[in-house]
Design a protein around this ligand. Structure first.
Ligand code: GLN
Length: 212
């Protein structure tokens, strides 16, 4: 694994400030990738980290029910939902995608989502950790290599949500015409998979290109 990016190692003011929600999950790889692309990375661990200006935010993978619980414990959930509803550019991967979705079919007891993206997701549809797979997907941004790890699938998209990629049956997809695994609704791009674990910077570059 690459060296973890720590606050002191970043050149502040050198690029847009991108938050990476850092309560649980795969934070370091996103932070490294954004930093390599010239962004100033802020690890978001408390409400104050959301209160000062961010140009964009990454919601990483991990365990969505745990991240949800920590957002509630640290009193960050409403502010994060408001920022996203107000248009903060966002890249959400895996558990992050579950977090932004309007509806989670198989939520853990007490688990709620931010409900800011008009999608319905189903968790863990591809099996356990041992069923993890790396796949090169044909996306609207070109080929993207992603890792599926206890990944969710999008089972419904709203009218204003654009499909960016499908996982086809020969890639481990479950539906005949492919499973929806990448979407965009306004300011939010959500992926079922992890591009940061394969070193594919396509969607991180896209995030930086989407900043106001
Ligand atoms: N790699 C991941 O982020 C897995 C997500 C996990 N299955 C969840 O429900 O949160």
């Amino acid at each position: 694994m690459k060296a973890q990016v720590l606050p002191g190692t970043r050149q502040s003011g050198s690029g847009p400030t991108i938050g990476v929600l850092a309560l649980q999950g795969g934070v370091a790889e996103h932070a490294q990738m954004l930093s390599d692309l010239g962004a100033t990375v802020r690890l978001v661990r408390k409400e104050a980290d959301l209160e000062s200006h961010l140009d964009g935010i990454v919601l990483p993978g991990g365990e969505s029910s745990t991240i949800d619980r920590l957002l509630k414990i640290f009193n960050m959930k409403q502010l994060l939902a408001d920022l996203l509803a107000d248009g903060l550019p966002c890249l959400a991967t895996c558990a992050g995608m579950i977090l932004v979705s309007r509806k989670v079919l198989d939520a853990a007891p007490g688990q709620t989502s931010l409900g800011v993206l008009d999608t319905t997701v189903s968790r863990n549809v591809y099996g356990s950790q041992t069923a993890s797979a790396e796949v090169t997907l044909d996306t609207t941004l070109g080929p993207v290599r992603g890792a599926f790890i206890r990944a969710p699938k999008i089972v419904r998209v709203g009218e204003d949500v654009q499909v960016l990629a499908r996982r086809m049956p020969e890639q481990g997809g479950l539906e005949e015409d492919g499973d929806i695994v990448a979407v965009r609704g306004n300011n939010i791009v959500a992926l079922s998979f992890h591009p940061e674990l394969t070193g594919d910077a396509t969607f991180h570059t896209d995030l930086l290109n989407r900043l106001a």
